[in-house]
Unconditional design. Structure first.
Lengths: 258, 257
């Protein structure tokens, strides 16, 4: 773990530059450029709002906000993984020629999505203002689900980036896995909608805790229980420890396989 | 500077019984399907290839050493081990000081970014800080001589321009050990001359240089010592002229055989 912190500290400028490069390349040569980072979530929210307030009415008040409060952190998670799973393999040519700490590539993939995630909070705030939805003081508490989610994403990112080097099928498996995971998470529904006897099963999902934290703070204006906060952080730290451990174990040999 | 003056100075690179084994890549199950196929067939179809079969040598500060040998003899593998790209299968490698590798110029350039943007990114990849890069940008621009192209995406560069920019960045790393792998093959005569002059500068500053090349003339010009690698073993180690003569006679033997 200290090893990881040292690597981040040492390579912070490189990680930051790689993350910005990722965004720069994504938006380069489009007329609106970086504005897309704001427009994209804004347009998505407008579509969701239109669909769920006219076409398909859900018996949950302010359903768009209910949905978006967890959809944004989920999007950060799934996009981060989609980027990091390829991050080592796609930089294989470089890794074979120059010595670079391998961890910078998944880290940069996740940081670039983190920037997108933070930017997508701006249209969310706009949406709350337009809907005259209250800003609860529990927004302050968002830090805990946020940190948990980032740690969990880092752990998974390291894991998938490494496994994909040795088994290229992982990138394809991940796509399907993310689709299934999306419906397994309380995003379009909340855990209360799940029949009581199935609920313990849904509690096994480590992502459910931080996502629920986001929804409670933004939509309900409530604090989760201490157990839930603890679980959320514990899952994050656990995932990072495991994911990075595996990553570290293989980082000297992966250059022969990329 | 001769070998004998250098004996007093510190060891920059030390190889002790270095073995590098590769698993040949097409034999490795790349997908789950192949992995399953291997499970069921139970035949072990991979085989290991020893690129280096126990190599030992010491290079001291201020030496300029050539590594010569035929294609596939293990020269580039040695450079990659020095650069830290490969970790050897067995054996001990000690490298002291900052290493810069001119192994493949412009590795890590992003095609969609401009030359100027790539200077920053590539500099960081090679271990410079943002601060370093800012203070050296002018020197890099001067050496690369790209003119207005510096603000165009590098995918529009010619291979010579690509190499010039790559060389300019890599030599600004200010290394203690400079690794050079046949990069002089790219670029026009003027650029090659410029590169050789830059390498001479490094030599005069007392830096350690390891040079892989097939061109006997460049080797003679730059290096006072040469290592002859043959089939993954160190076949000869000594003064450039002697080793080159040895190499050329081996080369003739295999051609006539």
């Amino acid at each position: 773990m200290w090893q990881l912190i040292r690597e981040i500290q040492k390579n912070r400028e490189l990680i930051w530059a790689l993350a910005l490069k990722e965004l720069q390349v994504r938006y380069k040569r489009s007329a609106l450029g970086f504005l897309w980072a704001l427009l994209n979530p804004l347009l998505m929210m407008i579509i969701l709002t239109m669909v769920f307030s006219t076409v398909m009415r859900v018996p949950v008040h302010d359903y768009p906000i209910f949905l978006i409060s967890t959809l944004l952190p989920w999007t950060f998670f799934s996009q981060s993984l989609a980027y990091s799973v390829e991050s080592i393999v796609s930089n294989g040519d470089l890794l074979k020629k120059v010595y670079v700490a391998k961890s910078v590539f998944p880290l940069a993939a996740i940081v670039s999505n983190l920037i997108n995630f933070l930017l997508s909070m701006i249209p969310l705030i706009l949406l709350l203002v337009v809907f005259r939805f209250p800003f609860y003081w529990t927004w302050l508490y968002l830090l805990i689900p946020f940190v948990s989610l980032v740690l969990f994403t880092l752990g998974c990112g390291f894991f998938f980036a490494m496994v994909n080097v040795f088994f290229r099928d992982m990138a394809h498996i991940l796509q399907i896995l993310l689709q299934a995971w999306f419906y397994f998470c309380p995003i379009i529904y909340s855990l209360d909608f799940v029949p009581a006897r199935y609920r313990p099963l849904f509690r096994l999902n480590p992502l459910a805790y931080p996502l629920n934290g986001f929804r409670l703070a933004i939509y309900y204006g409530q604090l989760p229980s201490w157990q839930s906060m603890g679980m959320s952080l514990a899952c994050g730290v656990g995932a990072l420890l495991l994911g990075y451990k595996l990553f570290q174990r293989s980082q000297d040999t992966l250059v022969f396989y990329v | 500077m001769s070998n004998f003056d250098a004996v007093e100075s510190i060891e920059r690179i030390c190889f002790q019984g270095v073995v590098q084994r590769f698993r040949l890549i097409q034999e490795r199950p790349d997908t789950l399907r192949e992995a399953f196929a291997h499970l069921f067939r139970k035949q072990v179809s991979y085989h290991d290839f020893e690129a280096l079969k126990g190599i030992s040598f010491v290079i001291r500060e201020g030496e300029t050493v050539a590594i010569i040998g035929r294609n596939g003899s293990g020269k580039s593998t040695i450079l990659k081990i020095i650069a830290g790209v490969y970790r050897p299968t067995t054996g001990v490698v000690k490298v002291s000081g900052k290493v810069a590798a001119l192994i493949e110029l412009g590795a890590g350039f992003h095609p969609d970014l401009t030359g100027r943007e790539n200077i920053v990114l590539n500099g960081l990849l090679l271990g410079l800080t943002k601060e370093d890069i800012r203070s050296r940008e002018q020197q890099i621009l001067d050496f690369a001589e790209l003119g207005e192209f510096i603000d165009s995406p590098v995918k529009q560069y010619s291979s010579g321009m690509f190499a010039r920019l790559g060389f300019a960045i890599a030599t600004e790393v200010d290394p203690d050990v400079l690794l050079i792998d046949e990069i002089l093959a790219v670029g026009d005569a003027a650029f090659q001359e410029k590169c050789l002059a830059k390498i001479d500068d490094f030599r005069n500053m007392g830096k350690t240089i390891v040079f892989v090349s097939h061109a006997p003339d460049s080797v003679r010009r730059l290096c006072n010592r040469a290592l002859f690698i043959h089939d993954g073993t160190l076949y000869a180690d000594g003064r450039t002229d002697d080793v080159l003569a040895n190499y050329e006679s081996i080369l003739r033997q295999t051609v006539s055989a």
